[in-house]
Design a protein around this ligand. Structure first.
Ligand SMILES: *Cc1c(COP(=O)(O)O)cnc(C)c1O
Length: 396
């Protein structure tokens, strides 16, 4: 029965390999942190995790998770509305609302689920979704599940957004959707301008804060802090899997009627398990830490500034960034792979990206800076980039 399909898959897989696009997994055997152990025991400095605040191995979060294992057990074994809602999940939702200055919050097992379950319950064929062309795959999939009219504008292009909004006056309700930080370039969405256009054309706004929460804004409250729009945006989504500890979990937070409707009709909430108590407990502790001190954000911001300045001084072409993402432009796909491989020989762990993940001719190495990095780590990274840059003819 399987024979034909097996042949078909083998040939498809081979064509992915022939195109040089076959993704291999690299195995990490230590906890996720600045200096990790990979493969057969190589020590490398990690510059490609979403661990922006260095919390993935935080002793305080581990302690909170362990305590919850003892007090609340291992799993919930239920969706939320049957018997999967515990005091810890409720408390975490309240903490998220407090952090973002929003009215209410609903948890999911991932932000992929939050985005997959946000559009279909709220909008139908009478409505319009206006989406940035570089939005995350989970937003694209979520929009596909919804019957609303679809509009798309070029990344952060406000002229195109305005044109979409004009046409979308034909629909009943309008929702503009954007990533807070675009993960390949590290640019922040122009939320002030988006908000002004939304006001002018009677539209709502949704921001996916996955790469911006914890990172952008002086205290890491995300794009609404950066643009002084706290409490003004109808829908925010985000993940607990990046800056916020890096385990698992996602959320939608915003206007209370929107969240109430999601609790009634959002399918990944109604038909998928609750996050485990230990993850909720560590999340609660994490948001407490965020309100006690700003030292992780301060360190992340100074680390990023330091790194970008050093890389520019070394002669690298760096995309303008407003986040902890630093795109080192190489333009050539094979060069990006060779460069990343040579960096790993030098003990620097990064990933080279090329088409179709980024546009053709825009190959790059994406460096992600963390509050978990020390200045010595950043210096080692710049020195390795400089050495390999000279070796491969990128630097003079
Ligand atoms: C990482 C990411 C997601 C997915 O988050 P998970 O919680 O890992 O599912 C969604 N949206 C954006 C913009 C992301 O960067």
């Amino acid at each position: 029965m399987y024979t034909d399909f097996q042949k078909y898959l083998e040939s498809e897989l081979q064509s992915i390999k022939d195109a040089g696009l076959y993704k291999e997994e690299r195995v990490i055997t230590s906890p996720q942190k600045a200096d990790i152990t990979v493969g057969k025991g190589d020590q490398v400095l990690n510059f490609c995790a979403n661990n922006y605040l260095g919390l993935a191995n935080s002793p305080e979060l581990i302690k909170a998770a362990k305590e919850a294992l003892d007090t609340h057990g291992y799993g919930m074994a239920s969706v939320r509305f049957i018997c999967g809602t515990g005091d810890l999940q409720k408390k975490l939702e309240a903490k998220i609302s407090e952090f973002f200055g929003t009215e209410d919050t609903i948890l999911y097992t991932s932000c992929f689920d939050a985005n997959g379950g946000v559009f279909e319950p709220l909008l139908n064929e009478q409505d319009a979704i206006i989406s940035d062309s570089l939005n995350h795959a989970s937003i694209i999939d979520g929009v596909r599940l919804c019957k609303a009219q679809r509009y798309r504008y070029a990344n952060a292009n406000m002229e195109e957004l305005e044109n979409c909004l004009k046409t979308a006056q034909a629909q009943r309700h309008r929702l503009i959707v954007t990533d807070g930080v675009f993960s390949m370039d590290g640019n922040v969405c122009p939320l002030d301008k988006i908000y002004a256009l939304a006001t002018k054309y009677n539209a709502m706004v949704m921001v996916d804060e996955s790469h911006s929460a914890g990172v952008v804004g002086r205290t890491g409250r995300g794009t609404t802090e950066q643009f002084n729009l706290r409490g003004k945006i109808e829908i925010l989504t985000g993940t607990l899997g990046k800056a916020f500890g890096g385990a698992v979990g996602g959320f939608t937070t915003g206007k209370k009627e929107i969240i109430a409707m999601l609790r009634q009709r959002s399918r990944p909430y109604l038909f998928s398990n609750s996050i485990p108590p230990m993850v909720a407990a560590a999340g609660i502790r994490m948001f407490e830490m965020m309100s006690e001190t700003n030292k992780l954000q301060d360190k992340l911001h100074s680390n990023t500034e330091y790194f970008v300045a050093k890389m520019k001084a070394a002669g690298f072409d760096i995309k303008p960034t407003q986040s902890a993402i630093c795109a080192v432009m190489l333009y050539d796909a094979p060069l990006s792979q060779k460069f990343a491989a040579r960096l790993q020989d030098e003990g620097i762990y990064v990933t080279g990206f090329y088409y179709p993940v980024v546009p053709k001719g825009q190959a790059r190495i994406r460096v992600q800076v963390s509050a978990g990095h020390e200045v010595e780590h950043l210096d080692k990274c710049v020195a390795a980039f400089t050495k390999i840059g000279k070796e491969l003819g990128v630097l003079k």
